[in-house]
Design a protein around this ligand. Structure first.
Ligand code: CA
Length: 235
């Protein structure tokens, strides 16, 4: 299962062109023709990135982007805006509305894919981020320290390998959300093409093994058929 991208574009030919190119690049593509439909689809399954046309029937792309940015569930969703408007003022308006990047029609599919990939890469956890706390886990990206604080147990320092640390950092940056293996590969490993999805399972296993002595390995949940997540309320 690839990284899921939702295209919101009312012009079928353009939507088709984008969809074909994204599929060829290995992405999983869904399409909506307007904002309401997109919102409905997002309630069922959240995409990893939204490609949003500026001019849509009904609610405009700009208005939709603004609404997504004030919704806690979609505040972190990367948005790439598409438009025929190439004016600098329009670009600023689009970015102000909450888009993360902007592609002007007509665009080359190659450029679009490059922008999509760059945007997904930017979602990588920053290395100088603030400490993260999810349930009993407390992670400091600066000092590369992980502490576990379970009720009735002394706080424990947990040592992790660099990949496990990056993996946990990413999961804790996006807690409760399920990430597919391919999404994790993309975000944690970057664009190393030769890595298999099974690699993710290996590192998840190592991560759980490292957390087990502190009795918090169950904060890393396997979501059958979907992927993994970190949760503060393990089942
Ligand atoms: Ca349009």
């Amino acid at each position: 299962m690839g990284v899921k991208i939702l295209i919101v574009e009312d012009e079928p030919a353009i939507a088709e062109l984008i969809a074909i190119n994204l599929s060829h690049a290995g992405f999983e593509v869904e399409r909506a023709f307007q904002a309401d439909q997109a919102l409905q689809m997002m309630k069922e399954a959240m995409p990893e990135l939204l490609i949003l046309d500026w001019m849509l029937p009904g609610k405009s792309g700009v208005q939709f982007a603004k609404e997504l940015r004030i919704n806690p569930k979609t505040i972190g969703l990367p948005i790439l805006m598409l438009t025929a408007k190439g004016e600098e003022a329009d670009k600023v308006l689009g970015l102000d509305a909450g888009a993360d990047d902007y592609v002007t029609k007509p665009f080359s599919p190659k450029e679009l894919i490059a922008r999509v990939k760059a945007l997904l890469r930017r979602q990588l956890p920053p290395t100088d981020d603030a400490p993260l706390i999810v349930g009993p886990l407390s992670l400091d990206p600066v000092t590369h320290r992980l502490m576990a604080m379970m009720p009735n147990l002394d706080p424990q320092s947990i040592a992790l390998g660099p990949t496990e640390f990056r993996l946990l950092h990413f999961l804790m940056s996006n807690p409760e959300r399920v990430h597919s293996r391919s999404a994790l590969l993309d975000r944690v490993w970057g664009n190393e093409v030769y890595i298999e999805e099974r690699t993710v399972d290996v590192h998840i296993k190592r991560l759980r093994a490292a957390l087990a002595p502190a009795k918090c390995d169950n904060t890393i949940e396997t979501v059958r058929g979907s992927g993994y997540r970190v949760t503060k309320n393990p089942l």
